[in-house]
Write a protein that binds this ligand. Structure first.
Ligand code: C2E
Ligand code: CA
Ligand code: CA
Length: 574
């Protein structure tokens, strides 16, 4: 069934055409409404959806072309095909009608039953083709379009990226995170300072967030003060929380716009694919629910759609803020654990170990160091550790005849700090410490995904004259290539490799194998976690060079070490 609107002032023509179209035709049925003038036709057009308007050119008052122009201004999507009719066979007129947007032109004298039907059907088909073209043009235009204020991708591009990313992730084991961001109290800022300030603030926020983005992150403005971030190829959902925290942090510094200072923050909602849902539409809904919850909590909040994630996130976020406070309030301390030369049974140095207590409760570095790494607080904390440890060994070595070594743990994240070698060198000069007395301990995981930059930092530290030790060996890959490709001079055997029972031959053989391999590479060996007499025996037998562990001494504060060891001229209590 096709709905036709016939607009013609001539009663004879109207009846003529209506009769033609109501004649029986099994294939196509036409339902015809009539209007006697352009105005009447426009009224009818607004009331009902027509497939084709059959429009007479010559009418008193307003002619057909005027109506055609009005119809053209209607949104294309609910548009209608138009066929113009006229009495004269005027080529100029026909062309003008087609140019103005009619799909066809027909001369009244030529109208026959069959011909009219064919013209109407063709006009409709042509119109639909045009519509399709128009749509794909529109789509291309939208896809190319950026948000003009911020230069970010728009919602359309973001939706498409989300769909594609999720489709690509259907098989993979990776995670995709959708973060929806909403600026807190943006309406208030607009009302209080005006839209110009609001616009500048939007741009500034985008600039800061953009600067912190990585390559596997899509950032888009979804509208108003709402933004979307898409993270893909994630190994764990914790990475999403890292990005969220990063954003909260970079917005902490107030914005200065002219003379106005604005404290701005965002609320963030997060949903994860495939954990929360496998469906692209649903993930949007879930992230939106999470955003709603986060807004409800107040300003500057992050909510995960999933409750368990939420708990984990809140804990980590709390610890991260506590770490920041601890850094500014000087709450960190270093403890020192003696390292003993096994053949001579004397202390040759210490390993510096980080200590932190909150409300008198000690926190384990194994728990908080990963959070410090993720939030990159370790960059500043790590520099503090280096300065503290170097200054301590400088003090002790001034008291002693034979200088001691100091082992300092550094995290892989610190290797992204390109200024680190220079910093270390300055510290050596400041405290007058010989670089050869300092050993930087790196875990094998740090060497796993090394980049040229990280490699350069390791090389530069080595070039200063420092030694590099491979920490926790035997827990991860224990790869020989790492030992050969990096400027490593010693290997610390992980404490978990110390035989647990008295007579476990298998454990001892494993240890023997590892040690002989390391020795063959010409590296020195440090045993860790020696707790018993037996451990000391085994390590001595296997020609482990130096060792540390509760058997000799637990890590202790610098005061304790000073009183119990340094003052007593390096004797270890046995
Ligand atoms: P790690 O570098 O392997 O440090 C040795 C850990 O073994 C220390 O734990 C130490 O207290 C403990 N330990 C020493 N002797 C024994 C023993 O006989 N038996 C047992 N069971 N344990 C012993 P701690 O201080 O809790 O540190 C844990 C980890 O946290 C360290 O492992 C290191 O990976 C990290 N860490 C500690 N301080 C720092 C630091 O200043 N910077 C960085 N980046 N990481 C640190
Ligand atoms: Ca260590
Ligand atoms: Ca270790």
């Amino acid at each position: 069934m096709m709905n036709i609107l016939l607009v013609d002032d001539d009663i004879v023509d109207r009846e003529h055409i209506t009769r033609f179209l109501s004649a029986n035709d099994n294939e196509n049925k036409f339902d015809v409404d009539v209007a006697e003038s352009v105005n009447e036709g426009l009224e009818a057009f607004l009331r009902k959806k027509y497939d084709v308007v059959l429009l007479d050119y010559k009418m008193p008052q307003r002619d057909g072309i005027e109506m055609l122009i009005e119809l053209n201004n209607e949104p294309k999507e609910d548009g209608t095909a138009v066929v113009m009719m006229s009495n004269s066979e005027e080529e100029q007129l026909a062309l003008e009608c087609l140019r103005t947007g009619a799909q066809d032109f027909i001369v009244k004298n030529d109208i026959t039953d069959a011909r009219l039907r064919r013209v109407l059907i063709n006009a409709r088909t042509r119109f639909e083709l045009e519509l399709e073209l128009h749509r794909s043009y529109q789509k291309l235009k939208e896809m190319a379009e950026q948000d003009s204020l911020t230069g970010l991708s728009n919602r359309y591009v973001f939706d498409e990226s989300l769909k594609v990313t999720i489709a690509n992730n259907q098989r993979g084991n990776n995670k995709v995170a959708l973060l929806l961001l909403d600026i807190d109290n943006f309406k208030y800022i607009n009302d209080a300072f005006g839209h110009d300030v609001g616009d500048i603030l939007l741009k500034r926020i985008v600039k800061r967030v953009n600067a912190s983005m990585r390559s596997n992150e899509v950032f888009a403005r979804l509208g108003g003060d709402e933004f979307g971030i898409l993270l893909y190829n994630l190994d764990t959902d914790l990475q999403a929380s890292t990005v969220a925290r990063r954003i909260l942090n970079i917005l902490e510094v107030p914005f200065e716009i002219g003379t106005i200072v604005i404290n701005s923050s965002v609320s963030i909602g997060i949903a994860i694919h495939p954990d929360n849902t496998k469906n692209a539409k649903e993930i949007y809904k879930f992230a939106d629910i999470a955003l709603y919850r986060s807004k409800k909590l107040g300003k500057n909040q992050v909510c995960f759609f999933e409750e368990e994630m939420q708990k984990l996130f809140s804990m980590r976020y709390r610890v991260e803020n506590e770490l920041r406070t601890a850094l500014t309030e000087n709450q960190f301390k270093l403890f020192y654990q003696p390292i003993v030369d096994l053949s001579e049974r004397k202390i040759i140095g210490f390993e510096a170990l980080l200590r932190w207590s909150v409300d008198g409760e000690p926190r384990s570095p194994d728990d908080f160091i990963p959070i410090a790494e993720e939030s990159r607080i370790i960059l500043e904390l790590g520099r503090w550790i280096i300065e503290e440890a170097v200054s301590q060994i400088s003090i002790w070595n001034k008291e002693l005849d034979e200088p001691l070594k100091i082992g300092i743990n550094i995290s892989v994240v610190q290797l992204t700090d390109l200024g680190l070698p220079k910093f270390i060198n300055n510290i050596f000069e400041k405290y007058d410490v010989d670089a050869t007395k300092v050993v930087f301990e790196l875990t094998e995981t740090a060497l796993l995904d090394y980049t040229t930059d990280k490699m350069n930092v390791i090389e530069s530290i080595h070039d200063l004259g420092c030694n590099i030790a491979l920490d926790d060996f035997g827990t991860g890959y224990s790869s020989v290539s790492h030992l050969r490709n990096f400027p490593i001079s010693s290997v610390k055997i992980d404490k978990s490799l110390m035989p647990s029972t008295n007579e476990d031959e298998k454990e001892i053989s494993l240890l023997r194998g590892l040690i002989s391999m390391i020795k063959h590479l010409g590296l020195s060996i440090v045993g860790e976690g020696l707790e018993t007499e037996r451990h000391v025996e085994i390590c001595s037998e296997l020609k482990v060079d130096t060792a540390q562990g509760y058997y000799f001494a637990k890590p202790a504060s610098s005061e304790e070490i000073h009183n119990s060891i340094i003052k007593k001229n390096m004797q270890i209590a046995e």
